[in-house]
Design a protein around this ligand. Structure first.
Ligand code: ADP
Ligand code: MG
Length: 348
């Protein structure tokens, strides 16, 4: 679907590895004092003084995690950074540096890597991140991209998955299910295109959900908001695999149960209408869809007045004793056990 607008195709073998790295990264700015040495030596050197350091990594594989027939490389670069920053923010930490490692086959020209790195650079500048290193190697088939993100926080600011207590409120940022429904639309259009390449897809009615899939944002703003509100979550996780799976992670790690209210789960109108069109239950999509990169956290009841009126936050339930189990309270007011399907098994 995405037409290749690049006329020039510079073969990667024409460049040495150093020239390639230099070409791709020479424009990158350094934003942080903590970056003592960036790209160009055997290792980067970082200095965090009195802060704790958080480190997280994610690997994205072509054909498994992304499909280049509808994922522009620029978006892929951006998303690869976002999925990592999201994990740093989920620790209530500030993301400061990333490294980027890629394996590329010779079917990718230099111009393709320029696109990928343009997305990485956009993300780095918008989120105030230094790109301090990486690795580059060849691959016999597809494209592989691995990002490692580094962040900092004071020891007592860090929020783990295991701090939720009975009676805490369960809170989610933004809305859910958009990324999954965006993927359904893109997959459908890909099939249409295969049958008739002249058939240009009309994605206009799906702008929001397609963007949620192709250009997710990590919720740095929510971490800042919580600081401003002087709310420190008792437990937190980012929503990469679907709401129910992440709730179960928090409850299992914290040794608690929960009641989640179906009618409190935040859904965008475009998610609801697209679910109707595809004849899929929107609650199922929100619970199992994944890739929304919103934050799920618990706060003490005392913090209720600080968060209740915030349009970016939804209180979807509360924490109970472990012996009560983990439940979804449906619109019909029946209790059903929360199960983690996760997006990987979702199509089965
Ligand atoms: P080494 O041989 O010691 O692994 P490299 O030649 O791989 O060193 O890397 C040289 C420098 O370029 C290092 O600072 C490394 O972190 C950086 N680098 C390598 N590949 C990438 C990449 N894909 N993106 C950003 N920086 C990279
Ligand atoms: Mg190397």
């Amino acid at each position: 679907m995405i037409e290749d607008k690049n006329q020039s195709h510079t073969d990667l073998s024409n460049l040495g590895e150093f020239a390639l790295i230099d070409h791709l990264t020479k424009h990158f700015k350094i934003h942080h004092k903590s970056t003592v040495k960036s790209i160009g030596d055997d290792a980067a050197v970082l200095s965090f003084e009195d802060k704790k350091v958080v480190v997280t990594t994610d690997l994205l594989v072509e054909g498994v995690h992304f499909d280049l027939s509808y994922m522009p490389l620029k978006h892929l670069g951006y998303k690869a950074v976002m999925v990592n920053l999201s994990d740093v923010y989920a620790m209530n930490a500030e993301a400061t540096q990333i490294t980027v490692s890629i394996a590329v086959s010779n079917r990718f020209p230099l111009e393709a890597l320029e696109e990928l790195y343009a997305g990485i650079e956009t993300a780095a500048n918008l989120y105030n991140i230094d790109v301090v290193g990486g690795d580059t190697t060849s691959s016999t088939t597809g494209l592989l991209i691995s990002v490692t993100a580094i962040g900092q926080a004071l020891e007592d600011e860090i929020v783990y998955r295991d701090g939720a207590k009975p009676n805490d409120l369960l809170v989610v940022s933004g809305d859910l299910g958009g990324a999954y429904m965006g993927l359904q639309v893109l997959e459908r259009e890909k099939e249409v295109y295969k049958v008739n390449p002249n058939n240009q897809p009309d994605l206009e009615p799906y702008t929001y959900i397609v963007e949620r899939q192709l250009k997710p944002e990590a919720r740095k703003d929510i971490i800042q908001l919580l600081k401003e509100l002087e709310v420190r979550p008792t437990a937190m996780i980012d929503i990469s695999d679907g709401l129910s799976s992440e709730i179960i992670h928090i409850c299992t790690n914290s040794k608690v149960g929960c009641d989640v209210y179906e009618n409190k789960i935040p859904l965008d109108p475009q998610v609801i209408s697209t679910c109707e069109e595809f004849n899929i239950d929107s609650t199922t999509v929100a619970l199992n869809g994944g890739e929304d990169y919103e934050l799920l956290f618990t706060v003490s009841q005392e913090d209720f007045p600080k968060i209740k009126a915030n349009p970016s936050l939804s209180i979807i339930g509360y924490i109970t004793e472990a012996s009560s189990g983990m439940h979804l309270v449906t619109r019909a007011d029946t209790k059903i056990e929360l199960k983690a399907q996760g997006w990987k098994n979702f199509n089965a």
